[in-house]
Design a protein around this ligand. Structure first.
Ligand code: 13P
Length: 252
């Protein structure tokens, strides 16, 4: 069975002191949470803290990730960070196309696809986020929206699509405490899996994470679904005990 991935998305939270406390809590509880079983664990941190967290997670069994990456390799792009720069600091994952970036920074499906490509070209695994808004769900558009978002990434990345991690994050579930039911999530994951399968013979190895108010109480039911291969965790990733409980639920 595929190893599950639990990735924390810290969003714009933290400080030198808070990061140290959070990671030391995770460090202290990680082997007990795994209980001799396995799960991949990552933290996607604000880019300014990449160097600090690189040191802190060294030898800890926690991979380093970020929350965005430039589509450009280098040059006059004020404020941006290239994939090669991130790679320099041991970054393993980059979230791309998070709904907060689509919403507040106007990122299009095409830009998200290019960000995934830019990450892959430097050996960083993009965690590509897709998901519908409440209005889109209520209009019966869920499948159409997530398929359109994923299609752009497949179109731009070709056979490399099997190297991504995909995250289904219904926008209405993010930070709201409203989680998709395990069945609602699974049915969208199955649609995404089928779309990946049509694009690549290696689709089975793509991890499809669920994100949106996943927490210590609901993680195990979500992670029990056939096509839910892990979680992308916001708020609950900022509390060591909650994050560790989710990791324990993912350990196989
Ligand atoms: P919450 O877990 O806080 O709902 O955030 C989910 C998310 O957006 C992870 O990327």
């Amino acid at each position: 069975m595929m190893r599950k991935l639990i990735a924390g998305n810290w969003k714009m939270n933290g400080s030198l002191a808070a990061n140290q406390a959070l990671l030391s809590g995770i460090h202290d509880g990680l082997s007990a949470a795994l209980g001799g079983k396995h799960a991949d664990v990552a933290v996607c941190v604000p880019v300014i803290y990449v160097s600090q967290v690189q040191q802190l997670v060294h030898n800890m069994g926690v991979a380093l990730g970020v929350q965005d990456v430039s589509v450009h390799a280098q040059g006059a792009y004020t404020g941006e960070t290239s994939a090669a720069m991130l790679k320099d600091f041991g970054v393993r994952y980059a979230i791309v196309g998070h709904s907060e970036r689509r919403q507040y920074h106007g990122e299009t499906d095409e830009q998200v696809a290019l960000k995934a490509k830019s990450a892959l070209s430097s050996g960083i695994t993009p965690i590509v986020c897709v998901g519908e808004t409440l209005a889109e769900r209520e209009a019966g558009q869920t499948e159409h929206v997530v398929k359109r978002q994923l299609a752009a990434v497949i179109h731009t990345n070709g056979h490399c699509i099997s190297e991504i991690v995909l995250a289904y994050e219904p926008v209405w579930a993010i930070g709201t405490g409203k989680t998709a039911t395990p069945q609602e999530a699974q049915s969208v994951h199955a649609v995404l899996r089928a779309q990946l399968q049509a694009a690549s013979e290696h689709a089975q190895r793509v991890k499809i994470l669920y994100g949106g108010s996943m927490n210590a109480a609901n993680a195990s039911d979500l992670l029990a679904q056939a096509d839910i291969d892990g979680g992308l965790i916001g708020g609950a990733a900022l509390k060591p005990a909650d994050f560790l409980t989710i990791i324990a639920a993912a350990a196989r």
